[in-house]
Design a protein around this ligand. Structure first.
Ligand code: ATP
Length: 241
């Protein structure tokens, strides 16, 4: 039986638009995610997908409710504890890569490990190169972001997100800015990470093809789970036959 890696209990997220106007983005949502799952979150624009993802990764806090990550309640942590937890346990990938333009690929991937401070400089460099090999950028170590294609930049961002061996990899429209071939490459990479390393992956996407190739698809409408379907077996959830 796979372990739970993320648990959201009775999450409510309201926004204070002005002193007396509040908007409810997520009324009351509970969800359990197991280690090794590959999940796509879909839904119309404004349905609360990114808000949900950010609460899972501790970048946003619910108005009410509890989020547990890897057995730890993250909703009660202060900002400096959350910064450490995000660095150690979460890998984020955004629609835009947010690589540092003046740093090359190895340096960009090294950054989260330098902040973490658990590896020596030599180990950091070796791991950065290993991660770039894994995303098939073995001949681009010293390229700066401007010397890479959009798909290659996104693969550096994925290598960077994996730097500290995150418990959960979160993607907010990671293929949204890519042509279909590069998007397919990114999908293939996620699929490989999930199958070979049992990496837990949760991706918000508008890309139907991507969503249908994940292991589980959660569809949101107005901040509520409209459907939650297993599409195929994954390390986290084998489909019983
Ligand atoms: N900082 C903010 N200020 C005002 N409204 C916000 C803010 N952040 C989110 N919202 C509102 O919250 C709702 C949910 O936003 P969210 O970005 O989570 O939706 P989404 O499903 O990810 O949308 P999209 O697919 O367009 O990215 C939307 O109605 C949005 O306008």
């Amino acid at each position: 039986m796979a372990e739970t890696i993320l648990r959201l209990e009775n999450i409510r997220r309201e926004l204070e638009l002005s002193k007396d106007i509040r908007q409810t983005i997520i009324p009351n949502l509970s969800l359990e995610i197991l280690k090794g799952e590959f999940i796509a979150i879909t839904g119309p624009s404004g349905s609360g997908k990114s808000t949900l993802l950010y609460m899972m990764g501790g970048l946003d806090k619910p108005t009410l409710g509890t989020v547990w990550l890897d057995g730890e309640e993250i909703t009660e942590k202060n900002e400096s504890e959350m910064t450490r937890i995000r660095n150690e346990k979460i890998g984020f990938i955004y629609q835009f890569h947010f690589l540092l333009p003046e740093f090359n690929a190895v340096e960009n991937v090294s950054l989260p490990m330098m902040i973490n401070g658990r590896r020596s400089r030599k180990e950091i460099r070796e791991r950065a190169m290993h991660l770039l090999d894994m995303v098939e950028l073995q001949n681009k170590y010293t390229n700066k972001p401007s010397q890479l294609s959009g798909g290659q930049q996104q693969r550096v961002a994925i290598a960077r997100a994996l730097a500290n061996e995150p418990k959960v990899l979160l993607g907010d429209e990671p293929t949204g800015n890519l042509d279909s071939r590069s998007a397919d490459n990114v999908y293939q990479l996620f699929d490989r990470l999930n199958r070979e390393l049992s990496q837990t992956i949760i991706v918000v996407t508008h890309d139907e093809e991507f969503a249908n190739r994940a292991g589980r698809r959660i569809h949101l409408v107005d901040g509520k789970i409209d459907s939650d379907r297993l599409l195929r077996a994954s390390a986290g959830k084998p489909i019983q036959v």
